[in-house]
Design a protein around this ligand. Structure first.
Ligand code: M6R
Length: 364
């Protein structure tokens, strides 16, 4: 059942190119994005005043990326909240707010309760769900399925990647309908989107190099992930992937926040993974790399091919192919998934079933 792979997690990582293709293909028609299941007319889309994204865990991390993508592309204000917070905080949900609940299992108790809360307040809820017919899929007003197929490993990989694709498609659609991007800009984005599966494949094939690197950190006490903007969202997920399956303490930090506390934890040899995929932020993040290196950190950077400035500052660089800036997460997450996976394997942990965790969290 693991198809020759040692773990479900590795198998599922390798299923990402196909899962991503299956998620975007049915929604690309004649150079346009068609999401019939949205149940929204162009008029409805123009009337959206705010998007409220609610989710837990990795699905929440895709929501954080979604905020940057929706705001940057479609200029719609977005709030992202953890479902367990949202449901108890008497949220303000004005008319014109579209609530988006993201969940792989469709059964996460807090996410389901958040959905019910939003519906009780009369708001339209769109579910981005992987499991067909699950509770969230049934109760949402509309469902956009991620076509990742069954995911067994507790640590999500392919469902996460498909959630990102669903969010890109939505943001591109909204941006187009609201006149924020032109026909030709959309066309260019679609061209880049279609390249993602092959680029992911290529990054997966780099696994031996990442494994070798991971083996150097099997005894690490703390590992940090830093980045700005979308790179911060990637950091959140990279950190969770590592800690949930390897039990090594890890934190993700918005790079500019480091000097407000966390930098005091940097010691000689501490690994800091820096995400540097957003061109307009290169210089700012590189200065954070220099700051942590001055305190003894060893820096692994994930950046775009050709960004040689990073090479001068960091100790170890993983390159990802150049893509549309809003899609960088889909590529940069691959080496981080592999890193978490190989640290877990190297430490002899139960990769697919980490202690204390369940695949779907049906209790609050
Ligand atoms: O099924 P869901 O997407 O609602 O699950 C949400 C989280 O429980 C899930 O993403 C969790 O954080 C994973 N273990 C992350 O790998």
């Amino acid at each position: 059942e693991k198809g020759g792979y040692e773990h479900f997690m590795l198998k599922e990582m390798y299923e990402q190119p196909k899962a991503i293709t299956d998620t975007f293909s049915p929604r690309l028609k004649n150079g346009d994005i068609v999401i019939d299941e949205l149940g929204m007319s162009d008029g409805d889309i123009r009337e959206i005043r705010k998007i409220m994204i609610v989710a837990c865990g990795s699905a929440y991390h895709t929501g954080v990326t979604g905020k940057y993508v929706f705001e940057g592309l479609a200029r719609i204000p977005v709030e992202v909240d953890l479902a367990s917070e949202f449901r108890y905080r008497d949220p303000i949900l004005d008319e014109g707010t579209l609530v988006v609940v993201i969940s792989q299992s469709g059964e996460t108790a807090d996410s389901l309760a958040a959905l019910r809360e939003a519906k009780a307040r009369g708001r339209r809820v769109l579910g981005i769900v992987n499991v067909v017919g699950s509770s969230i899929a049934r109760e949402a007003d509309n469902v956009m399925y991620t076509w990742a197929g069954p995911e067994i490993a507790v640590a999500t990989t392919k469902a996460y990647s498909c959630q990102l694709i669903a969010l890109y498609l939505l943001a591109m659609k909204f941006a187009k309908v609201r006149g924020m991007i032109s026909e030709s800009e959309l066309e260019e984005m679609i061209t880049e989107l279609k390249k993602i599966p092959a680029q992911v494949e290529m990054l997966l094939n780099n696994k031996d190099r990442i494994q070798k690197f991971a083996n150097r950190y099997l005894a690490a006490k703390n590992i940090f992930f830093i980045g700005r903007g979308i790179d911060y969202a990637i950091s959140l997920e990279g950190s969770l992937k590592l800690k949930e399956i390897s039990y090594i303490h890890s934190e993700a930090y918005a790079a500019g926040e480091l000097k407000h506390g966390t930098i005091s934890l940097i010691e000689d040899g501490t690994l800091v993974t820096a995400l540097v995929t957003q061109e307009e932020l290169y210089k700012k993040t590189i200065s954070n790399i220099v700051e942590v290196k001055t305190r003894g950190a060893f820096v692994m950077a994930v950046t775009n091919t050709g960004n040689t400035d990073v090479e001068k500052a960091a100790d170890y660089v993983v390159y990802i192919p150049k893509t549309n800036k809003y899609f960088a997460n889909s590529l940069a997450i691959i080496p981080l998934q592999l890193f978490g996976y190989y640290v877990s394997v190297g430490r002899g942990c139960d990769v697919d079933k980490p202690r204390n965790l369940a695949k779907s969290v049906t209790v609050e």
